[in-house]
Design a protein around this ligand. Structure first.
Ligand code: FMN
Length: 341
């Protein structure tokens, strides 16, 4: 398959700034002494927001990068596959490494181990709702034990040089919307920014993110607040920023197969060729980062999203997605486009 990694498309897209097209001279906000240019960022997604995806997002305008969450225990074991999750390109800076755990000692030791990999920030995950994580008191489980979360932040602050942030949900369930206590406890412990996914742990990914609560958190907080949940278009980015006054928004699912969301281009306005060109760049970036076989398997989830708006391609796309061999996949993809021209 032809390599499309250079020159990068679209060359005119610069870092996101909602007021102007060029990289702003004035940073949008700081975390300690780190300037952030732009107010939109790709949200961390395990198995999705890998280095190629983040780099693509950055080139389209995502203002910084979050690595996928990694268990503190796994960092201490030092499995190379785990450590590869912290790979990033210099272009992605500022880079936030995200970790999770349920013990002060383990989380602190893990952070000390990864600091030499030179992240700009380390983030404590307090939002993961999966049973495996939250029932063990990690991720969103920490929302039920704020003294422990606070002590973790204190210990991370004491033992790490880089700023420490946290990503939370608004509570465990609707009867326990303890976001005010969570913010207070994290701030008192020295947290330097907080991302808020506007759902409870019990909601998982159901229902709608509560942006009123996110706005309330912003009005109460004295550290940068990043709002997150259900943003699927550029107009929504502007609406959420304006209405909630958060310092930035994070976009997760809405950015899968849609890096244009970071640049103000509506994907619906693009034709098949343009979308396909970027999809191929994304695939090539993954092939460079992983082995071809691995990239091919992982790419399928993006491939579906890239072309989902084209009804005429659905049948062909589903046929391509069933292919189990990388060369066959590449050939079939290439020829499917050729047939359309
Ligand atoms: C597949 C998947 C993996 C995720 N992994 C993480 C993760 O590793 N760390 C994290 O903080 N949040 C994770 N999230 C949550 C997202 O960062 C985000 O908070 C959530 O999807 C809501 O934002 P959205 O509506 O823009 O997708 C994940 C979400 C998805 C869908």
């Amino acid at each position: 398959m032809q390599s499309l990694t250079s020159p990068f498309y679209p060359t005119t897209v610069t870092r996101n700034n909602l007021d102007q097209d060029s990289i702003p001279i004035e940073p949008s906000f700081f975390i300690r002494d780190i300037p952030f240019h732009g107010r939109v960022c790709l949200s961390p997604m395990a198995g999705v927001s890998d280095s190629p995806h983040r780099l693509l997002a950055r080139r389209f305008g995502s203002a910084w990068s979050y690595t996928e969450f990694v268990a503190a225990e796994q960092i201490l074991i030092g499995n190379p596959k785990t450590i590869k999750l912290f790979s990033y390109s210099e272009e992605e800076r500022p880079v936030t490494f995200q970790i999770f755990g349920n013990s002060i000692e383990t989380i602190t030791e893990a952070a000390i181990r990864i600091e030499p990999l030179k992240p700009d920030i380390i983030d404590l995950n307090m939002g993961c709702s999966t049973h495996r994580v939250s029932q063990r008191g990690s991720g969103a489980g920490l929302l039920k034990n704020l003294p422990l979360a606070g002590k973790m932040i204190e210990s991370l602050r004491k033992n790490c040089k880089v700023p420490i942030t946290a990503k939370i949900r608004i509570g465990w369930d609707n009867e326990n919307l303890n976001y005010k206590d969570t913010i207070r406890s994290l701030q008192d412990s020295g947290v330097e920014a907080i991302s808020v996914h506007g759902r409870t742990k019990e909601m998982s990914y159901n229902g709608l993110a509560n942006w009123d609560v996110i706005a309330e958190i912003k009005s109460l907080a004295n550290v940068p607040i990043f709002g997150n949940g259900d943003i699927n278009s550029y107009p929504q980015i502007n609406k959420r920023l304006q209405e909630s006054r958060v310092d930035a928004v994070l976009i997760g699912r809405g950015a899968i197969g849609n890096p244009w969301i970071f640049s103000g281009i509506e994907k619906e306005d693009l034709d098949f060729d343009e979308i396909n060109k970027v999809a191929k760049i994304h695939y090539d970036m993954m092939v460079d980062f992983y082995t071809r076989e691995h990239a091919f398997r992982l790419f399928k989830k993006y491939f579906k999203n890239y072309t989902e708006q084209f009804d005429f391609y659905r049948e062909k796309r589903d046929e391509i997605l069933r292919i189990q061999d990388p060369s066959e996949f590449e050939d079939s993809w290439e020829s499917s486009i050729f047939q359309l021209v």
